[in-house]
Design a protein. Sequence first.
Length: 376
Amino acid sequence: MQITAHFDSGNIEVHDSSNAQHPLLKMRKDLNSHHFQWFHFKAEGLTPGQRYDFSIINAGESAYHWAWSGYHAVASYDQKTWFRVPSTFTNGTLSFGLDVAQEQIWFAYFEPYSRERHDWLIDQALFKADAELFACGKSIEGRDIQLLRISRTPNAQRKVWIIAQQHPGEHMAEWFMEGLIERLKLRDDAEINALLSKADLYLVPNMNPDGAYRGHLRTNAAGKDLNRAWQSANEAETPEVFFVQQQMRKVGVDLFLDIHGDEEIPHVFTAACEGNPGYTQRIADLEQRFRQRLVANGAEFQTQFGYPRSAPGKANMTLACNAVGEEFDCLSFTIEMPFKDHHDTPNPVTGWDGKRSKQLAKEVLRVTASMVDELR
Ligand code: ZN
């Protein structure tokens, strides 16, 4: 058996391959950082019908090591259809295995969203969804950070911003963006047309292309966590955030959504601005309506489980959601999707996946359309 991870978003090292049916593996740390939790590798030279097991022996040292319980790895024979493989976490080791059906198989922490697919998605937005490339930033390693604008009504009053994958291992975030753009391609979508008659959309499908390409969990190529950089963004270490902040200050923001994945909690949920110094009843009401409408529309979403609420005035202002909400006095959410599953509507075959991330995005657009008149 050969194991390789020298490709887009690949991450694994072979620690011990002496047992050809059960190699011991390790995840690599993010460059210039102590974080790691993302893995993605290919095993080839397999004998169909034979069982193989894989153990990642440093899982217990990873950034969210307590989150492996109840987690199941994803696998694919063709990099298109991904399925969950029963996994266990014991004594600091994550193990999974199966009777393989083909000579090669890929494993990952979550269904990967490739840079190649990202390039296709940008083309889809530009040529099928009337998007324009409003501006383009550069990552530390020179990768493009496209800021797309969808503007179908001159002088539309509202500016809706949606950014994704600040945390590069959270590939569900760009699947979400694909769902958004898929819906924006439709011509006879009354809700979208109503939204775009009053609002321009500003979309950043991938905030952290270096980290994603390198197979990072958490940081950019300088080892910086972008979602802790919104009070200190600079061109040297966090150009990705610096670029988007500059553009926001040119344009304004009336609604901000920052799309993420959560390692631990098996639910879709939001985090909001209740701890901001400038938090008001107006924002609280908007948050509540947005959440209630997502539930009422039947989206895979809930309001019971999530992060502990911040105490008044105690928000971490380095987070995008809080920083943007405070600066622009606007409705602002972090949307979190699970690495595991949404336990309100579990799917043991796929767990949470790209398809469900895309569908959630379409429901979020519906709710956004319903609230466009209420944002100011
Ligand atoms: Zn995140």
